[in-house]
Design a protein around this ligand. Sequence first.
Ligand code: ATP
Ligand code: MG
Length: 330
Amino acid sequence: MKKRILTGDRPTGGLHLGHYIGSLQNRVKLQNEYDQYIMIADVQALTDNFDNPNKITQHVVEVAKDYLSIGIDPSQTTILVQSQIPEIAELTVYYLNLVTLGRLERNPTVKSEIQQKGYSDAIPVGFFCYPVSQAADITIFQAEFVPVGDDQLPMIEQTNEIVRRFNRIYNRNALKECKAILSHTSRLIGIDGKSKASKSLANAIALSDTPEEIKQKVFQMYTDPNHIKVSDPGCVEGNVVFTYLDAFHPNKEEVKSLKDDYRRGGVGDRVIKNILNDSLQLLLEPIRLAREQFDSNLVKEILQNGTQKARERAQETMEIVRTAIGLTYF
Ligand code: ATP
Ligand code: MG
C-alpha cells in the first residue's frame, strides 16, 4: 500500500515556472512512490477573491491542463476540485470550534498575507480562517505526508494541533497527524526582480504562455541598472536573467563562462536575454504541445472522476468524525 500525500494549488491563474521548479516537477516523481492527491483549491482561492469568482472558476480547468501537460498522470494521481466535496466544509465547521482567535492571529503566514493584501482594517473571516479549512483538506483524505515549501510549515503545525485536540476531546484514535515533506528549492523571483514570481502579481512566465509572450517577458526582465554600455562590466547577482539561467539553462558550464564574460564587460543584455529565451522556449515547447492534446471536455472528465474518488475517501472520514462526536441520530 502506497502512503497518501496531498498537495494543491489555488486556481487564481495559470501555473508558472515558479510552480514548475518549486513543486510540479517533484510531483511527477512523487506519483510513482505515493498515492498522490492534488487539490485544485477553488474554495480557498475565493477567500481572497470572493468578489471576482469568474477569475477562479475559469482557471480550474486551466490548472488541471497545466498538471497534465507537465506529466501528472491521472491514473497515478487523483486530481480533485475542492468545492465539489462539501464534506470538507462540514469538517471545517467542527474544526473551527477547536481553534482560538489568538492562535490564528499568531500564524506568521496569515499575518504577512494580511499585510500584503491590505486587510489590516477589515479582515474577511473566511480568509482569516483558511488555515482551519486547510487542516480539513489534509485530514479529510487522511494524507500522511504533505509536500510543502517552508512558508507552509505553520499550516502543518496548525493541522496537527487540531488533530491532537480533536482526538483528545472526542476519540483518541479518530484522526492521524501528518508530516511535511519539505522542499528546499528557493522561491523563483518574478521577472520584475522585486518579489517572488506569483500569479497575482502578473510577474511570472506561465507554462501556457505563447512563444511570443515568453520572449516579451524575457526581454522585460530586470538586469543590472548600471550596465549601460555593452563594454561596461555587469553585475550577475540580483540580475533576473542570470537567476533564470541558473534555474533553467541545461548547461551549467556555459552559464558560468557567460557570467565571467558579463562581469568583465563586453556582453550586452540582448545577448544574455536571447540565450535565456532559447532555453525557455526549448523547455516550454513540449509542455505546450502536450497541453494541446487535452481538450476541455476530456479534462473535465478527469476532474470529475478524481473528485468522485476523493469524495468517497472524504465520506469515510466524515463517518469517523461524526461517530467520534456522537452525531449519529438516525
Ligand atoms: P497567488 O498569487 O494566487 O498566491 P502563487 O503564484 O503564489 O499564486 P500559489 O498557488 O499560492 O501560487 O502557490 C502554491 C505553491 O506553489 C507554493 O506553496 C509553492 O510551493 C509554489 N510556488 C509558488 N510560487 C513559487 C515561486 N515563485 N517559486 C517557487 N515555488 C513557488
Ligand atoms: Mg501564493
